[in-house]
Design a protein around this ligand. Structure first.
Ligand code: GLA
Length: 367
């Protein structure tokens, strides 16, 4: 039996691939749970990527193999037009072909080999990375007339549609448009974006807590519904349109008051974080990250004791400007901005101390 890693497209499908493509995951630096309220986000691409190899088929079937799940689950197969939710990783593939069809894009059957170095459920959006990598490959192979923003929208629709996770557009926009060297400031309502490099001599720390999350699960959906309810009570289209003064004027019932306060203040922090990054001010950026974490922990209530521990340990390291939970929450990873020369040693110390205190295995993903 050939080992998983060594199974090339040729070995799996008995012919060479016709197209290859890849896409990164994302680390959100600040601006959490703002994207489904039309707000601001600030992600950057991960060095880790998902890679796909593809070849067209003469029939209308899709067969795909993933290197990163157990042998029994590695293959999926379905017919175009027969996409259905299974609760399996193949939903991301079926979600993409269903979403393409809904937007009027025509593809034929294909075989696909997939591999990713992103941790699944690690808060770095392995799913958007897979969706965008596959769409890039299909765009190349079938000559689809899609620009990178259109591609991100189709990827998001894969997730909100067939997969059934009511996500915003941050992750798919980041996977489609961000790179590793500059953060992507994004207005999720207009989809206007700007790339701003990290301050000189700084770098990121990203550590996975060892707790995986699932967004299709209830908490994400509840938070989103709470934000929509708060917007209705405040009389605005989305929380993007509310100000701190609006919150002071209208007494929202708990927990909607706290949820709305997080989103409104987080949007403001993202705008200030953009100014800080533009000015190369790592100190100020770090302070905003810390305030963002407190808001996620106390007002939005999406942190966990393990994540708070990781953030605390990281923040206490010399050369770290600020640290926070990144991604949807309830597990996943933390991100910190640090002096480039000190980031690796700090991350290693934090991971060691974390593993000493909780029965979990952390993973340093960056640097
Ligand atoms: C997940 C979703 C995003 C966003 C974040 C929270 O990653 O996919 O759309 O809502 O959570 O900021």
């Amino acid at each position: 039996m050939i080992e998983q890693h060594a199974r090339t497209f040729e070995i799996l499908f008995d012919r060479p691939s016709a197209a290859t493509a890849d896409a990164p995951g994302r680390v959100n630096l600040i601006g959490e749970h703002t994207d489904y309220s039309g707000g601001f986000v600030f992600p950057i691409a991960t060095p880790q990527r998902t890679r796909v190899a593809l070849a067209p088929r003469v029939d209308r079937r899709v067969r795909a193999w993933s290197r990163d799940v157990g042998d029994e689950e590695a293959w999926i197969e379905y017919g175009l037009g027969d996409e259905a939710r299974t609760g399996h990783w193949g939903d991301y593939i079926a979600g993409v072909t269903a979403s393409l069809r809904e937007s009027g894009q025509v593809v034929g059957g294909f075989d696909a080999r997939i591999e990713s170095d992103l941790p699944l459920g690690g808060g770095l959006s392995s799913s958007a990375s897979l969706e965008v990598a596959l769409l890039r490959g299909l765009r190349a192979m079938f000559g689809l007339p899609l620009d990178d923003v259109a591609l991100a929208k189709i990827a998001q629709r894969a997730e909100t549609g067939l997969v059934g996770a009511p996500v915003g557009i941050m992750d798919q926009m980041a996977a489609s448009l961000a790179d590793e060297h500059a953060a992507l400031f994004l207005d999720t309502r207009s989809l206007v974006y700007e790339r701003i490099p990290l301050p000189a001599a700084t770098g990121l720390i990203v550590i996975h807590s060892g707790v995986t999350h699932r967004h299709a699960g209830g908490e994400y959906r509840t938070r989103r519904a709470e934000c929509e309810a708060a917007a209705r009570l405040l009389g605005v289209r989305e929380l993007r349109d509310a100000t701190v003064a609006d919150l002071a004027r209208t007494a929202l019932p708990p927990p909607l008051d706290r949820r709305a306060r997080h989103v409104v203040t987080e949007n403001d922090r993202v705008l200030r974080a953009r100014d800080a990054l533009t000015a190369g001010d790592a100190q100020q950026f770090g302070r905003l990250m810390a305030a963002s974490h407190a808001s996620m922990r106390d007002d939005f209530e999406i942190s966990t004791p393990e994540i708070d521990l990781l953030v605390g340990l990281t923040r206490d390291e010399a050369g770290v400007y600020g640290a926070r939970l990144t991604g949807g929450g309830f597990g996943g990873s933390i991100v910190a901005l640090a002096d480039a020369g000190r980031a690796a040693a700090a991350a290693a110390r934090v991971a060691l101390e974390y593993a000493r205190r909780v029965p979990l295995r952390p993973t340093v993903l960056i640097p």
